[in-house]
Design a protein. Sequence first.
Length: 302
Amino acid sequence: MMKMDVISKFVGDQLSRWTLACNNFRALKNMKIKTMDIGGLQVKLQFNPARMISSAAKLTKEDIAARKCFLCRENRPSEQIMIKFEGRKGKKYHILVNPYPIFPDHLVIAMATHTEQSIWKRYVDMLDLAKKYQKYTFFYNGPRSGASAPDHHHFQGAPQELIPLEMDVDRCLTMKDPVLEQVASLQDAELYHYRRFTTGVFVVRSDTAKSAAKLFYRLRDCADIPEGEKEPLINLFSYYKDGEFRSIVVFRSRHRSHHYFSDGPDHLTMSPGCADMGGVFIVPVQKEFETITQELLSEMVA
Ligand SMILES: [Zn+2]
């Protein structure tokens, strides 16, 4: 409980001194929500106009090079405070409040130095975060799978039990539901294929971080790496629950679906990242929030 209090107090301190973040967190409480069934998972849609900044972000190499990195310490607003976190082998992170939240207590955990987004050798840091802050789920967007700063390594965090995919995976593990099909094991870790929502969803559960990491990197090595990329397109969630590590890996075929680029009635200004692929779809445009159908959303995550 103490550890939860550290973050809650930190978020409270931050919001009391940063008006922009405070207003965005307050707006979160009145956001319109809809629910839908996508491939057997009850998902939520959140109308969140403040997220336009992220959904429509320009992410080409030139665009990224032309802007000041908002995760680098020297470019952060003077109001932004942090908690330090020590990763393995001297890696240093700064825990920050996300000023454009999707969740209450929405965190960004930025590497202390400017270095590109990559899960290589950093997955275990995510597990350490999860063990230290046990009321939170940490997530990772691959550099081409929803990260709005692909040039500066970061994780995100939010309180547990807000993400529909995580909650259904927990239910399946407890009930031994065959929706989770075991496909491999390694020492004290098991790998499952989750047979709902979309095709490439896998779950790792493990007693130790070491076995979880071995199994995770083995899974990663099985997936295709698109030309020009250094890792498969993934969204990843890690958390610690009921005395064990749990990770959910969602393999993506692309970041933005054809709907993003369409000028027609099927246009969607949505750029799915972890929240969306966990079942909290962020819709920044009101008209799209009102007219989006189950079919369109299913196509987007396929
Ligand atoms: Zn940076």
